[in-house]
Write a new protein. Sequence first.
Length: 318
Amino acid sequence: MQTPHQMPEAQRSVADAPPDNWVDRYAPEGWRPWLRLSRADRPIGTWLLLLPCWWGVGLAMIADHPTWRDLWIVIACALGAILMRGAGCTWNDITDRDIDARVSRTRSRPIPSGQVSVWGAVAWLVAQSLAGLVILLTLGKAAILLGVASLALVAIYPFAKRFTWWPQVFLGLAFNWGVLLAWAAHMGGIGLAPVIAYLAGIAWTVFYDTIYAHQDAEDDALIGVKSTARLFGTDSRRWLLRFGAGAVVGLALAVLAARPHGTALWLALAGVVGFAGHLAWQLKRFDMNDSAGCLRLFRANRDSGLVVALFLALAGLV
């Protein structure tokens, strides 16, 4: 296998990263393999981990009242999402290195391409996790306990596609945990609203990650990797409609459970309506045989989740 210094720059870039990403353009060359390992060249995953956290802050502000501490919670969630998404992706690439080497879209990742050794990746995983822990310790006892509990979900997720057709559910369990953690950072405990929003977020994750998984459906079938994309097959559009509707209804119920009144109620529900419209737009354009289109739709979910976060924040501030 070629060493990183023997490989052309184009070959060292990850295949599904945006061609103009900041890592390939601006990061020092020695840092690029490590940043690619953390998916810093593909920030959509960080957004999808962060946005449920911001939902939790918004719901808590609606249910209680905004405080200056909420500003730190918002910032801490952003920093934590960057670090823990990076740690989670590093763990995923360590466990999936043999599978990644057999899939055309993933064989250019840092470990299978030889840019980073397995032990180097383990050290990087530990460094990111410790930095995330420092941030978590500022968010209060309930949030700390929830943060530690989330590690079990993160550890299990990479193995899910080996034993279940529903690995997207396991991803949803891990990626939406932040709505519980952020609510707890504000409120000091758990409530009904974030639990409902958590379930809604899981449905949303199945929606967007099924779209994403259609890129690899053929390779996954050849190597025996399971996914909802393979499970749903040609019936994917109908299943996406079901999970999208579940996410919309769940978010609406979460808003009502936070008990907003007057303008706050209508603002929060307007965010859910915007979310529903964006998912409908994705469904209209979904083509399971268009890999590039599936990737674009997957990335577009940053906007659908951001609509909810922004309107919940406005509702919490009025």
